[in-house]
Design a protein around this ligand. Structure first.
Ligand code: FEO
Length: 404
């Protein structure tokens, strides 16, 4: 029970985490999976492990196929804790196995474990490992998304085991894209890919384009993409590749995300006429209230839209704390090719809108100035100004969007 054949004796032996909702701060309403793969060949090979809490499950899955003592090779594509922290248990059961890992991966592994007891071989891009009837090709993918990251390509089966890349945080009975679409929807899967990309891979767009180009140059035929989280792409691996290329090229919807917080509802009241103005210019508008919405969901909505309006009250002459937290988080993700503006209510001296623009400039976003500030409660005249502000911002978004 539990194991799934991905292709020709390449088995998924991972674990489903139905319960996780906070993945190091990233909110995962659909849970996740930790995928790892066992290849039965002359030399039995395990690619990746799982999060430590799930060691027993992957070991049980491996035992359902073979005696773990016979594992000859363990490939570690990535040393983040959700993939490597069962390594001690695996190596305890397979003490004669050789670990294949990148140089940076080994340096990291040395910090987490006493690796002197293990046989470890460092590999680099282009290195191959013959395991019998198959050849594994290693492809380093530094900073996608850790310095140690690599992928493993199973040449004869045209399977790319891609670690975090192309993954999604979805816990499901489905293991494959075609199975998920039967019980969920294509939109759910696409949205999960965008969510994952926005929160984890947004800073690395240029590297993604270069790595996909490298793979294309190598002429690798890819019929299955097997990531370390979520759904395996067997029906349409080209779809997720194209989605990644599009996102890396800053494809976005010609729409606006209003991301705001409010203290005594005045900034919130401003969002309504602003949203109406945006809609009347023909653009879709999503409104996201911070503190009521997980940070990772706000990041995803930012990423989907070409334009962002930030609403922030002034508190003690600076931005509202939740807005400041959101913008700091966003700055770390190094967003590109988005246009931004800010608005908000103030009581005494103002200052939050000015600070928001300073953050936009630090991020290198295109900006629409000036922002809009309202003293205390918006009056009828202020609401008209808000509507005009929204309309004007939407016009600028449409103009800017033509560049892409
Ligand atoms: Fe799923 Fe970078 O760990």
């Amino acid at each position: 029970m539990g194991i799934v054949e991905v292709r020709n004796k390449i088995y998924w032996v991972g674990a489903i985490d139905w319960a996780v909702r906070d993945f190091h701060g990233y909110i995962t309403p659909s849970g996740t999976t930790y995928n790892n793969y066992l290849i039965l060949d002359k030399e039995v090979t395990l690619v990746d492990t799982v999060k430590h809490d799930f060691s027993d499950i992957t070991i049980k899955n491996i035992k359902a196929i073979t005696d773990p003592a016979g594992i000859k090779n363990v490939v570690i594509n990535h040393i983040e804790n959700d993939h490597v922290t069962s390594i001690a248990e695996i190596m305890h059961l397979a003490p004669k196995a050789t670990i294949y890992i990148t140089e940076k991966g080994k340096k990291g592994l040395d910090r987490f474990y006493d690796t002197s007891r293990w046989d470890i071989k460092v590999v680099k891009s282009g290195d191959t490992l013959n395991i019998g009837s198959r050849t594994l090709l290693f492809l380093e993918t530094p900073m996608l998304h850790w310095p140690d990251s690599m992928m493993t390509y199973v040449k004869e089966d045209k399977v790319l085991i891609s670690q975090d890349a192309f993954g999604q945080h979805i816990a499901s009975a489905a293991r494959f894209d075609d199975e998920l679409i039967d019980c969920e929807s294509a939109t759910f899967l696409e949205d999960s890919v965008i969510d994952y990309y926005a929160n984890i891979l947004m800073p690395f767009g240029q590297l993604i384009k270069a790595k996909v180009a490298d793979i294309q140059k190598l002429g690798l035929e890819i019929e299955i993409i097997a990531p370390d989280h979520g759904i395996i792409w067997r029906k349409n691996p080209g779809k997720v590749l194209q989605m990644y290329l599009d996102m890396a090229s800053s494809k976005a919807q010609e729409s606006v995300a209003i991301i705001y917080d409010t203290m005594w509802h005045s900034t919130e009241i401003m969002t309504i006429p602003i949203m109406e103005g945006i809609k009347d210019e023909g653009l879709q508008c999503r409104v996201i209230k911070l503190r009521a919405t997980p940070m990772s969901a706000a990041i995803k909505e930012f990423w989907k839209a070409r334009g962002m309006l930030v609403g922030t009250p002034t508190l003690n002459n600076i931005m509202y704390p939740s807005v400041a937290e959101f913008l700091t988080h966003l700055r770390g993700l190094r967003p590109k090719n988005r246009i931004a503006g800010a608005f908000g209510s103030y009581g005494w001296g103002g200052g939050a809108v000015k600070e928001a623009y300073e953050e936009f400039k630090r991020m290198g976003l295109e900006i629409v100035e000036p922002g809009l500030q309202v003293l205390y409660r918006p009056s009828k005249e202020d609401e008209t100004k808000c509507y005009d502000f929204g309309r004007d911002f939407a016009k600028k978004v449409k103009e800017y969007h033509k560049k892409f």
